[in-house]
Design a protein around this ligand. Sequence first.
Ligand SMILES: NC(=O)C1=CN([C@@H]2O[C@H](COP(=O)(O)OP(=O)(O)OC[C@H]3O[C@@H](n4cnc5c(N)ncnc54)[C@H](O)[C@@H]3O)[C@@H](O)[C@H]2O)[C@@H](O)CC1
Ligand SMILES: Nc1ncnc2c1ncn2[C@@H]1O[C@H](COP(=O)(O)OP(=O)(O)O)[C@@H](O)[C@H]1O
Ligand SMILES: [K+]
Length: 514
Amino acid sequence: MKLLSAAQIRALDQATIREQRTTSTALMERAAIALAGWLYQHYTPAEAGEILLLCGPGNNGGDGLALARLLYLAGYAVRLGLLPAAKYSDDYEYNHHVLPKVIAIQELSAEKLPDIQPGTLVVDALFGTGLSRPLDGVAAAVVRHLNGSHARVVAIDLPSGLLADAPQPDPQAPVVRASHTISFGLPKLAFLLPQNADYVGEWHVVDIGLSPDFIAQADTPWHLTRLPGTGGFDAALAARQPDVALPRRGKFAYKNTFGHALLLAGSRGKVGAAVLASGACLRGGVGLLTVAVPGCGYDIIQTTRPEAMCLPDTQADFISELPDLKPYQAVGIGPGLGQEEASRAVLEKLLREAKVPLVIDADALNLLGEHRELLALLPENTVLTPHIGEFTRLTEKARDDYHRLDLLRDFVQKHKCIVILKGAYTAVAAPDGQVYFNSTGNPGMGTGGSGDVLTGLVLALRADQRLDTVLAARLAVLAHGHAGDLAARETGEAGLVASDLVQHIGPALAVLVQ
Ligand SMILES: NC(=O)C1=CN([C@@H]2O[C@H](COP(=O)(O)OP(=O)(O)OC[C@H]3O[C@@H](n4cnc5c(N)ncnc54)[C@H](O)[C@@H]3O)[C@@H](O)[C@H]2O)[C@@H](O)CC1
Ligand SMILES: Nc1ncnc2c1ncn2[C@@H]1O[C@H](COP(=O)(O)OP(=O)(O)O)[C@@H](O)[C@H]1O
Ligand SMILES: [K+]
C-alpha cells in the first residue's frame, strides 16, 4: 500500500471527484458516513455521552459538521464548537446550512473555551491535510484546553496541528493528542513515526472509494507492507494481489532451491544469539544451514539445533576464522559476535571475498560503525539490520524521525544496499530509495534476542534462490512481526520471549504463501 503526501492526497480527492463524476460535497458525505459508521461500532449513544465536535473552517471542519448531523439523526447527543474564520470552504458552508437547527453551537474563542470534562468524547475536526502553518490564536488555545482535559479524542483524518508528511515547523505549537485517528483511504506517513505516537493514538483507515487508478499511478517512496487480505481502502485488491507473497514450493523442489546458508554468530556468553538466529533460519525454510561459532558454542549448537551443521572456531571465546565460502548461497554475520579485533578481521575478509548475498547485524554493524572505511567494501545488495542505535553509529544522530528517513534513503542509495531499520514500524529501505514500512509486530517483541531471530529469518529468505533481495527482506520482516503477533496471543506481550518467535515462524510464513 502506498503512503501519499498531503499534496498528493488533495490531488487524489480531485481525481476521485473527476473520475467518478461526483462532487466534493458528495465525497464529504461519504467521508462522514464512514466516520459515523466507525463511531457507531465503537460507542453506543450511552457510551458516547454528549459528543463535542470541534470544527475548523475548511473541509476537515466540513466533515465534522456532516458527522454531527449523522450522529444526531442516529440518536447521539451532539454539540458543536466552531472556530471563527474570515472564510469557510464551500462544503463547510453547505454542511453548516443543512445542520438540524436543534444542535447547540458555540463559537470558539480564547476567552470562552468549551466545557470539556475528563471522559467527554470529543471529535477533532479542526484541521486535516490543509494545515498550512502551525496553530496559533484561538485554534492553539482550544487545542491546549482540549489536551489538558483528559477527554477521549477521535481525530478526523489527522490530529489537528500535525502535518501528514513532514515535521512540525514550530515544536512549541500545540497538536491535538488523540486517542484514535481515523484516516480516509490511506494511512499517512506521520502515523508510522515514533515522534508522533502521542498525537495519533491508535489509527484506523476507512474506505471512501478514492480513485484506485490515481493511487496506482502516484509516485511516492513510502509504502506499507500488509499481510494478505488485510483491510484498508483496497481490501478487495489486496486480497487478489497481496503486497508481498512467498512463492509456493514446487512439488519437485529440492533443498538446493532453498539454498545453503552460513551463519557466523556467537561469542562466550552470547551463544544464545547463534541458537536463536539458527532456529529462525531453519524455521524460515533454508535448505541447509551451517553455523560457525567459537569453540565454546559447538556442543550448544549441536545439541539445540540438530538440523544444522556446526563449524567450531579454533578460538574458544570468539570467531577468528572465516570458513571457505564456496558451499554457501548466503552468509549472515553478527548476532552475539562480540567486537574482538580477530572478529573484525573476519568481517573484513568476508566483505572482500563474498560473492553471495550477505546479511549483517548486531556486533558486525557496530564494527562497521567503528571502522567506517569497511562500508566501501559492502557488496551490492547486502542486507543490514540495524535498530536505531546501530543505524546512528553507521551514519549520524538524526534531528528527528523525518531526518532519519532522509539519512536512511541516502545511505542505501550511496552503498547500494538494503537497510532494515528496526522499530515498531520497521522500515525496509531499498537501494532505489523506496521505503517499505512493516505493519505487523507488537511491543512484546521489545525483548532480548528478537533481532537475532529476524537475522536468521532474513538469512533463510536470502538463501532462497527464488526471491530477490528486497522481497526477501520485506517477507522476513512481515513474517517476523506476524510470528510475534501469533506468539503474543498465547503468551501476552510481557510474557513473550524471542524463542517464542522462532516457534511461530512456520505458521507466520504459511499465510504469505500464494
Ligand atoms: N473533497 C475533499 O477534498 C475531501 C476532503 N476531506 C477532508 O478535508 C480535509 C482537508 O480539507 P482542507 O483542504 O479544506 O483543509 P483543512 O480543513 O485541513 O484546513 C484548511 C483551512 O484551514 C485554514 N488553516 C490552515 N492552517 C491553519 C492554521 N494554522 N490556523 C488557522 N487556520 C488555518 C486554511 O486557510 C483553510 O481555511 C481532509 O483532511 C479531510 O478531513 C474529506 O471530506 C474527504 C473529501
Ligand atoms: N513495539 C514494537 N512493535 C513491533 N516490533 C517491535 C517493537 N519493539 C521491538 N520490535 C521488533 O523486535 C526486534 C528487536 O530487535 P533488536 O532491537 O535488534 O533486539 P535484540 O538486539 O535484543 O535482538 C526488531 O525486529 C523490532 O522491529
Ligand atoms: K483533525
